[in-house]
Design a protein around this ligand. Structure first.
Ligand code: 4NP
Length: 149
């Protein structure tokens, strides 16, 4: 089974949406999707209520998710690790042990904008519109990811 990990900073705003959206676009028994954060601030917490709200609006339930921190073991578990922004990307790569680990790490928006290394903006200090914007970007990226799985 192919395993895909979505990684942002807190694992409460962006990567829970990426996990839920990709999960909604694939057959559950064909791909394992998970998410994590590079920071420990929110370990054990539910996704941010604004992420829960925007996902719910589009028919996706992310309330079973709980935040966890990315660990070096994730390189062993997952086939592809999508960083949601440039700083997450750097913080994941710091932990890579070898070339094989490094090759698993990709910027998620390179799926929609190849080679541009664009970041999904951190919506934490924004209103609901910021979360709508993130949902739309991730919807487009996950559509492409799902089509390739
Ligand atoms: P996320 O958003 O990385 O998309 O989950 C954030 C969540 C929390 C914080 C920053 C970004 N924080 O500073 O606590």
């Amino acid at each position: 089974m192919k395993k895909v990990l979505m990684v942002c900073l807190g694992n409460i705003c962006r990567s829970p949406l990426a996990e839920g959206i990709l999960q909604s676009k694939i057959k559950k028994d064909a791909v394992f999707v998970d998410s994590a954060g590079t920071a420990a601030y929110h370990i054990g917490n539910l996704p941010d209520k604004r992420s829960i709200e925007v996902a719910h609006k589009y028919g996706i339930d992310i309330t079973r998710q709980r935040a966890r921190k990315f660990t070096v073991k994730d390189f062993d578990t997952f086939d592809v690790i999508y960083a949601l922004d440039e700083s997450n990307y750097q913080n994941i790569l710091i932990l890579a042990r070898n070339e094989e680990d490094t090759k698993k790490v990709k910027m998620i928006l390179n799926e929609t904008h190849p080679h541009k290394n664009l970041s999904v903006p951190d919506p934490y200090y924004d209103g609901q519109q910021g979360f709508e914007n993130v949902f739309k970007m991730l919807g487009e990226a996950c559509e492409i990811i799902a089509s390739k799985l």
